[in-house]
Design a protein around this ligand. Structure first.
Ligand code: SOE
Length: 354
């Protein structure tokens, strides 16, 4: 089995995670990097031992490099659409970080390109590889919880060391990020719901900016915040499962707390990134007698994001891999949340084939 030669675009914080995941998986070699920041190019080039002629300030040159088999894109949101477009036009397989784009208007034109040339693409909905969420999906699909009537999903982060003390950074800059916690964390919640239950039928929502201004560490000045740092929405899935969602960047005390609780006729299941290798399963152990058990996730339920990317590159995309259409559908739901919140109404989403 050959190794794949990877071009990595974006050398900021999340690049460290991707470089680690790539190294852990094996069968990959990062042979080129791109970033608009010359310093990052030099620093990461050395770290990855990459020749100077494979360090590109312009990501389009990296994507066009014939010696690169696939692209990994880990950039701020404002270049997501341009990178996916360039990969589609070049026929270059890619793994691109979420959210798919800043706003749906950037996603819409990519669909026609993809339909004309369905390049192998994967979107970085990494929580599909949390073992507890994979096992939850297995149990739902096997009917072990009975008919699912409702569920709740939350994704809470407590940024900053003190209460509401997070400094201003690019993730609060509307021009760069599009939306705040909705696109950053809400996209993961939406993908988890789609991973577990299929498509959304309708939703209503509220997006809030709880902390109206934050201090820019570069200038020391307070900056008005234009993006959401809290979002809640409720929706109905294609199988009539009723879902409640919330996400906050101000949930002080929460680390990286993404979790789901599923309520079915035959039992309740809780799965969380706080305990990723186990689930909490409440069911009847005898008529009228409930038992709450902590269950280890079986090994067959485990997979990795870069293991699935390998399968995609080998031409054998496994079930459940978050592909181009998962990114596009995710952006449709993000757009529905924005419209439902702004127009204060329930928004229906077009029925989609599963
Ligand atoms: C935000 O803090 C963030 O880095 C997200 O952007 C990632 O998608 C998530 O996995 C961890 O938190």
């Amino acid at each position: 089995m050959s190794n794949y030669r990877i071009g990595l675009i974006g050398l900021g914080g999340m690049a460290h995670s991707h470089i680690r995941w790539i190294a852990e998986e094996g069968r990959y070699e990062v042979v080129a990097v791109s970033d608009v920041n010359e310093g990052a190019l030099a620093e990461k080039g050395d770290e990855l031992r990459i020749a100077p002629d494979r360090r590109y300030a312009d990501f389009k040159q990296l994507i066009g490099d014939p010696d690169i088999d696939a692209v990994v894109s880990v950039t701020p949101n404002n270049v997501h659409a341009a990178i996916i477009r360039a990969c589609l036009e070049a026929g270059k397989p890619f793994l691109a970080e979420k959210p798919f784009t800043r706003v749906f208007a950037e996603a819409a034109p990519l669909l026609a390109l993809y339909e004309a040339r369905p390049v192998r693409g994967m979107i970085g909905f990494s929580y599909r590889y949390t073992p507890a969420f994979r096992y939850a999906r297995e149990l739902v699909r096997a009917g072990k919880l009975g008919a699912v009537r409702s569920f709740s999903i939350q994704y809470l982060q407590g940024w900053g060391s003190a209460l509401n003390d997070t400094p201003y950074l690019w993730r609060f800059n509307k021009d760069i990020t599009g939306t705040g916690t909705l696109g950053d964390l809400g996209s993961h919640m939406i993908d988890l719901a789609r991973f577990l239950f299929g498509e959304f039928k309708e939703l209503s929502a509220q997006m809030r900016t709880l902390i109206p201004e934050r201090r820019d560490p570069a200038t020391g000045r307070m900056v008005p915040i234009e993006v959401d740092d809290f979002v809640s929405f409720q929706g109905v899935m294609s199988g009539d499962e009723a879902g409640v969602f919330q996400s906050s960047r101000n949930a002080v005390g929460s680390g990286n707390q993404h979790e789901v609780t599923i309520y079915g006729d035959a039992g309740t299941l809780h799965a969380s990134t706080l305990d990723p290798e186990r689930v909490v399963w409440t069911r009847e152990e005898a008529p009228g007698r409930l038992a709450r058990a902590v269950v280890e996730v079986p090994a067959y339920c485990k997979a990795t994001q870069y293991g699935d990317f390998l399968s995609l590159l080998d031409g054998d995309a496994p079930d459940g891999l978050p592909g181009f259409m998962d990114g596009y559908r995710n952006q449709e739901v993000l757009d529905a949340v924005i419209r439902a919140s702004g127009e204060r109404r329930t928004v229906e989403l077009q029925a989609r084939p599963e």
